[in-house]
Design a protein around this ligand. Structure first.
Ligand code: NI
Length: 169
């Protein structure tokens, strides 16, 4: 399936280090986009994907779970580190300048835009694409997982791909 997704980025991780997609060659990237103030969608997805990684056991070491913010104005490296280490410690957070984040959104074909909402912190929310992307060890798009999939389905699909990778290597 060619969905036109590529995995190019230059960002800053939640340890304050500059990272590019090429730094992850040799590993699979499991990439989810969101923002730390997200009330429902991100917590549900990050929790589910953390369970998936738990269930993969040793094979989870083949994966680099990345959480890329669509709200870099609030999601500084420190904010992301605090959020992820407390709640979803398997994930590394990535942020950047507005321009860098726009570029990675375009690369992954991710939609997100600011929406005024007086009930939200700072008066806005950021509706966003709720899809987890799997990028292969050569930086190639492999597949994606829609938000409505169960843990068991995602684990089964990942195992097929990761098993194949071990045969190849
Ligand atoms: Ni979210």
């Amino acid at each position: 399936m060619n969905v036109g997704v590529s995995s190019n980025f230059s960002l800053t991780n939640h340890l304050g280090q500059t990272v590019e997609d090429s730094d992850y060659r040799g590993s699979f990237m499991l990439v989810y986009f969101g923002f730390t103030h997200c009330r429902v969608v991100c917590p549900r997805a990050l929790s589910k994907l953390s369970t998936v990684l738990d269930q993969l056991g040793e094979q989870s070491k083949l994966l680099e779970p990345l959480y890329i913010t669509v709200d870099p104005q609030r999601d500084t490296p420190d904010v992301m580190r605090t959020y992820l280490e407390a709640n979803y410690p398997r994930f590394m957070g990535l942020t950047g300048t507005q321009q860098q984040v726009e570029a990675v959104k375009q690369s992954f074909r991710v939609f997100a835009s600011r929406k005024t909402d007086s009930n939200e912190p700072d008066g806005y929310t950021m509706p966003h694409t709720a899809i987890a992307y799997l990028i292969g060890p050569n930086g190639e798009y492999r597949t994606h997982f829609a938000d409505n999939l169960d843990v068991e389905v995602i684990v089964a699909r990942l195992k097929v791909i990761l098993d194949q990778n071990q045969v190849d290597s």
